[in-house]
Design a protein around this ligand. Structure first.
Ligand code: ADP
Ligand code: MG
Length: 642
């Protein structure tokens, strides 16, 4: 079909919005075009995280010379003929907006030759303006070069992250397409380094080995596949090719990680709809639900699921970046996904296991105590007699934890200051004091207590510590509080000469996937300062000799993986310097999680350490660590005071 400008009535039905958010979005759109053009070899080259240059080279159909200029017009596409085509889209692109959007925020050169033509064409567009057009020799296919992204939008430029982070997003994008199209060859070169390559042999499993490494891939079990034995899944060439009628149930296949392979977020649940990478919270939830009782709280599975469905039963025209879709029969898809994953787990991981690990400042006997606590909690029932016998409902009964009182008394008296320090209130809304997050806490034996002395009353929802202070009642978020404590401790150790390390008895060989290699290099100094001892060990591999002590009993491989995930994610990188930003990432991962039952002793320890912090009111990421309900407010609420 030739490239045409969509008539206004079709164009107006297209989900509008931002197409180019970051370099990875450009890579995504260009790869989609190459795939739609039938290319089976796609080479991606980027420089400086894609900010300086992104080049996608393919051997697809190419664009006829006479249409090359048109491809840059808004709503110019060869993929939709009329509005009806929107109802059943079988190509990755369809709205004719990508090239126009990219060319409006960068300097773009298209060099292409259509398979049926002798000479190729080159078109150059800068900031949306055509600046050059000429006939030029070229092999069949297309090369699109995008230089100086956002050069004309300084505000957008500022929002780009470190090159290593953007490169990581680009690698993720390329890998997602390589997973979706195992029969096509992809390779990604970043700053002249080959960071990822797939063979195009058609076997999904082989691509997953390239993406996650052999060790992780070994912990994947096939989903919905007959040839489960060798893990080979060969796909047909071409896009959506459902072998069933319009009313047939969705088909789900792929791989699901065994419970031994888990991650700290849902980012490793990869979903594809008719080979299009999609995001779908509800389906990700369906997948993690299938792992219920097999993974501990806060851990998420790894999975790659290909959903195939009649294109008429799904609307892909709902999201500007085409990342989300709407199913006509959402429940059916949800069920199909859950059923397929369930079946795999039932076969490959039959015994549900609850793994108890991760309490990094863990104390011996924790597991038993947890059981005891849970048991007591179940036995305690509010009885009517309580109201009758007028015994005050104390925290002890509520928390269901025995409180000896004596010990509490003892440490209180050991460290009690003359008068309780008032807490600037309200804590929750108090912005972090002028102190920079990165200024190392000055050890102060007198303690700069911003917090009053708190008496731990109990735990709520295994997530909040309920405490009493001179001013009223405090609810402490155990995770945020622990994060704050670890953060100040680690920064303190850094200034004092070195972070506490935990040496491994045997060094661990860590095979980095391609998106992590760049991060390991870029953050080498910060990782060392934070307590990781890493040595290069051949190409894309490192020897881990020590990890930061804060990770406690966490598996060292997981500690490093989670740290890298955190950097790649970028959201947790807060702090003035790279070192401090990394410490924030580590502390977030090392801190105890919500959902963990703590003993009274553990809670006391935590609160005591929080009291010693310089900025106890918020976690390093700015979330409050606690909320306070003042005595006065309580009295008002209960009508004791007007
Ligand atoms: P869309 O993909 O939604 O049609 P784009 O702006 O991405 O819109 O591309 C516009 C048109 O340019 C496409 O419809 C296609 O005809 C042509 N095109 C773009 N990239 C390529 C390519 N790599 N190979 C062949 N044709 C391409
Ligand atoms: Mg496109």
């Amino acid at each position: 079909m030739p490239i045409r400008i969509l008539p206004p009535e079709v164009a107006s039905r297209i989900a509008a919005g931002e197409v180019v958010e970051r370099p990875a979005s450009v890579v995504k759109e260009l790869i989609e075009n190459s795939l739609d053009a039938g290319a089976d070899e796609i080479r991606i080259e980027v420089r400086e995280g894609g900010r300086r240059l992104i080049r996608v080279h393919d051997n697809g159909s190419g664009i006829p010379a006479g249409e090359a200029r048109l491809a840059f017009e808004r709503h110019a596409t060869s993929k939709l003929a009329n509005a009806d085509d929107l109802e059943s889209i079988t190509t990755l692109g369809f709205r004719g907006e990508a090239l126009a959007s990219i060319a409006s925020v960068a300097q773009v050169t298209l060099l292409t030759r259509h398979a049926a033509e002798q000479v190729g064409a080159q078109v150059r567009v800068e900031g949306g303006r055509l600046v050059g057009q000429e006939a030029k020799g070229s092999p069949p296919g297309a090369v699109v070069t995008v230089e100086n992204l956002f050069y004309n939008m300084p505000a957008r430029l500022k929002f780009l992250r470190q090159p290593a982070t953007e490169s990581g997003h680009i690698a993720d994008t390329v890998q997602r397409f390589a997973i979706a199209f195992p029969e096509r060859r992809f390779n990604l070169v970043s700053d002249s380094r080959l960071v990822f390559q797939s063979t195009g042999n058609g076997r999904l499993y082989d691509v997953l080995v390239k993406v996650w490494g052999l060790e992780s891939a070994r912990q994947l079990a096939p989903v919905g596949q007959e040839d489960a034995e060798n893990g080979a899944h060969t796909v047909d060439r071409g896009m959506a090719a459902p072998s069933h009628g319009a009313d047939a149930a969705p088909r789900v296949h792929g791989y699901a990680g065994l419970p031994s392979l888990s991650r700290s977020n849902r980012n490793h649940i990869l979903l594809f709809l008719n080979r299009r990478p999609i995001q779908d919270r509800s389906l990700s939830f369906a997948v993690s639900e299938a792992y219920r009782n097999r993974l501990m709280v806060g851990r998420y599975p790894v999975a790659v699921l290909m959903i195939e469905i009649d294109p008429a039963l799904v609307d892909v025209n709902v999201h500007p970046a085409k990342a989300e879709v709407r199913f006509r029969e959402e429940r059916a898809v949800f069920r199909a996904v859950q059923k397929a994953v369930h079946a795999t787990l039932a076969q490959h991981a039959p015994i549900p296991e609850v793994r108890s690990e991760g309490l990094s400042w863990s104390m011996p006997g924790w597991a038993e105590r947890r059981q005891a606590l849970l048991a007591t909690g179940q036995n305690w029932q509010p009885s009517l007699a309580l109201a009758g016998d007028r015994s005050p409902v104390t925290g002890n009964q509520w928390t269901a934890a025995p409180d000896d009182g004596a010990e509490e008394q003892q440490w209180r008296s050991e460290r009690a200051p003359a008068a309780p320090h008032p807490l600037p209130e309200p804590v929750a809304t108090e912005p972090d004091s002028g102190d920079s997050e990165t200024s190392p806490p000055v050890p102060n034996p007198q303690s700069t207590n911003v917090l009053p002395m708190l008496r731990v009353v109990g735990q709520m929802g295994a997530t909040y510590i309920v405490a009493e202070g001179s001013e009223g009642m405090y609810l402490v978020d155990q995770h945020a509080a622990h994060e704050r404590i670890l953060f100040e401790q680690m920064l303190g150790q850094q200034t004092a000469g070195g972070v506490a390390q935990q040496a491994l008895l045997e060094p661990l060989a860590f095979e980095a996937n391609s998106s992590y290699t760049g991060l390991l290099n870029e953050y080498a100094g910060a990782l060392a300062a934070a307590g990781f001892a890493l040595e290069p060990f051949g190409r894309d591999a490192w020897l881990v000799r020590a990890v930061p002590a804060v990770f406690g009993r966490v598996d060292p491989r997981r500690a490093l993986e989670e740290t890298l995930e955190g950097i790649a994610d970028g959201h947790d990188l807060v702090g003035e310097s790279k070192e401090a930003a990394l410490v924030a990432v580590i502390c977030k991962r090392a801190a105890i999680k919500g959902g963990q039952v703590l003993s009274l002793d553990e809670m006391r320890q935590l609160v005591r350490q929080l009291e010693a912090c310089r900025n106890p009111g918020s976690c390093p990421h700015g979330r409050p660590t606690m909320l306070m309900l003042s005595r006065m407010q309580l009295e008002k609420e209960f009508g004791r005071r007007g």
